[in-house]
Write a protein that binds this ligand. Structure first.
Ligand SMILES: Cc1cc2nc3c(=O)[nH]c(=O)nc-3n(C[C@H](O)[C@H](O)[C@H](O)COP(=O)(O)O)c2cc1C
Length: 523
């Protein structure tokens, strides 16, 4: 394998204990959930919104024209080629932000009002924020903005064109240099760590991933070029957003649109802003493993950002054994055409599943469309993946119940072990009923060894994020077929052992359960 790395990055690449220490230290096990002493202090529950108290809102339009591309097509669409000017206007941004991370449903229960959002999020704690960095756009002057979810508005943090900061931070990544606008995702750790403690750093990428799955489907529906960029100098982006990176840190950039002229070469000085935001809770608890993992996976120089870009050989399709079943081919004409916007509005995690089986064509469409590749700066050539999906089938017509591995290139399932594994699936999904009740459980596994060897500790972010994006696409693929889905957490090593020897050495990045939704239990 040949790639250029700076000496700093080389050092960092060899110091992989940070990723393993974090990963191993945040595993769930039968033992860990029984010995943990953490409890939920509801009197100190953090606010699920970032609210700037002194900035005026710029309301986002909501009168979108129908976004009709079928969701099952949008989640698998090849990225739009940047061949002509594509500049999003304020309305387009309003649609992208709303359908990625906006409030789509309200529910009142026990005197509380809950606001659910377009994308699934661990514990409904909504710790992911979206920011916008843009030049002059139709309806919006150049600036750095925050997407204020609580009132569906933008708030301007800085006036002026600051895109050059992102271009420099990404060492001239072409999709950033030619983008009229870019979205930056951050996580405010405490808002998720309140419940999940140090494991919240994994959730940062899972929950950003489900948002990005929606975002990529929406921009595909509008033929707007976009790409997920993970190679950037962390401190440069964090200081542009004026976030305190010990509490809130940038995770990914998504350049949107394309112009022939690149962004200006320089930007106004980005002074510290010290803007007031509403306090999240009475007190905040610091989780040092989160900060340590973030620091160990940060890029410090443009040289490091340039060394990050590129691909990894994930070793083509593994030899398919004789117990491999080719899945029915997935043709646009034969699959539900429910539009992407409608599917996102309809989505919501299933709280119960009915015992009805899936049709084989439904499972086939879901696996195929959720795994066709993601436009990123780390999956090269396009269409490669760090993730191998493993599946427990409980109830699919024409398929024996059992444990399978999915071969993306061949669009085939290889039977690893036949059997009814409902009880085991319930156990592996942290002893919950949902994974036992569902028709199938899809686990996204990654072999972190080559990923960390190639990318250093930051490869951990990439593997978790890709798991989250595929998880978000699985949600959309299920709801597009009028099925239900839920993300789930899991007993890490027990999942690997369950799928071994095939999965030996791999780590779980995401779990989604899919089936026919059923009514909630009373009470
Ligand atoms: C990565 C991930 C893990 C999740 N884990 C669980 C889980 O273990 N148990 C559960 O009941 N729900 C789980 N959920 C579902 C969330 O609780 C749900 O997304 C959240 O309450 C928001 O509701 P909504 O998805 O209906 O909008 C998970 C969701 C995600 C994205």
């Amino acid at each position: 394998m040949s790639y250029a790395l700076s000496s700093t990055n080389m050092t960092r690449s060899r110091e992989l204990e940070a990723a393993w220490t974090y990963h191993n230290g945040t595993k769930h096990s039968y033992q860990s959930v029984r010995t943990g002493t953490h409890y939920l202090d509801f009197s100190n529950q953090p606010l699920p919104f970032k609210i700037y108290t002194t900035l005026p809102p710029i309301p986002l339009p909501r009168d979108f024209s129908p976004l009709t591309m079928p969701a099952l097509q949008a989640i698998a669409a090849a990225p739009s080629e940047p061949s002509q000017e594509r500049v999003p206007d304020l309305k387009a941004l309003g649609e992208i932000l709303h359908l990625s991370a906006g409030i789509t449903r309200h529910r009142k229960a026990e005197g509380w009002e809950f606001h659910f959002r377009a994308a699934a999020c661990t514990g409904a704690l909504y710790h992911i924020e979206l920011y916008l960095v843009c030049g002059d756009l139709p309806g919006l002057p150049a600036g750095v903005y925050h997407f204020s979810v609580h009132d569906s508005a933008l708030r301007r943090l800085r006036a002026g064109d600051y895109r050059a900061v992102l271009v420099r931070a990404t060492a001239g990544e072409p999709s950033v240099a030619h983008a009229p606008a870019a979205i930056v995702c951050t996580s405010t750790y405490w808002r998720n760590a309140w419940k999940y403690q140090a494991r919240a750093y994994r959730h940062a990428f899972w929950d950003a991933g489900t948002i990005l799955a929606n975002l990529l489907a929406v921009v595909a529906g509008r033929a707007l070029p976009a790409r997920v960029v993970l190679g950037f100098v962390d401190a440069a982006v964090n200081s542009l957003l004026d976030v305190d990176s010990d509490r809130e840190a940038s995770l990914a950039l998504v350049p949107l649109g394309w112009t022939a002229t690149s962004a200006p070469e320089s930007a106004p000085a980005a002074e510290a802003l010290r803007l007031e935001t509403r306090s999240l809770s009475r007190a905040e608890v610091d989780y040092p493993p989160i900060r340590a993992m973030h620091a160990a996976s940060s890029l410090a120089t443009e040289e490091e950002a340039a060394g990050w870009r590129g691909g990894i050989d994930t070793g083509g399709p593994a030899g398919c054994a004789s117990r491999t079943i080719g899945l029915p081919s997935v043709d646009d004409a034969d699959i539900p055409a429910d539009a992407v916007a409608e599917v996102i509005q309809r989505r919501g995690s299933s709280r119960r599943f009915a015992p009805r089986p899936l049709r084989l064509a439904q499972l086939s469409a879901m696996l195929h469309r959720a795994t066709r590749g993601i436009p990123t700066d780390f999956l090269m050539p396009p269409g490669t993946s760090l993730i191998t999906p493993y599946v427990i089938v409980h109830a699919v017509e024409g398929l024996s119940p059992g444990a399978y591995v999915y071969h993306r290139a061949a669009h085939a399932l290889e039977l690893l072990r036949e059997g009814n594994f409902r009880n085991q699936a319930g156990y592996l999904g942290l002893e919950q009923e949902l994974p036992a009740e569902a028709a199938v459980n899809v686990y996204c596994l990654a072999d972190l060894h080559p990923v960390l060897d190639r990318f250093g500790n930051r490869g951990y972010r990439a593997a978790q994020l890709e798991g989250g994006i595929i998880g978000g696409k699985l949600y959309l693929a299920a709801y597009a077929q009028r099925l239900g889905a839920t993300g789930l957490t899991f007993y890490d090593d027990d999942v690997t052992a369950f799928f071994s020897p095939h999965a030996a050495g791999k780590s779980v990045m995401f779990l989604a359960a899919v089936g026919h939704p059923a009514r909630r239990r009373a009470g």
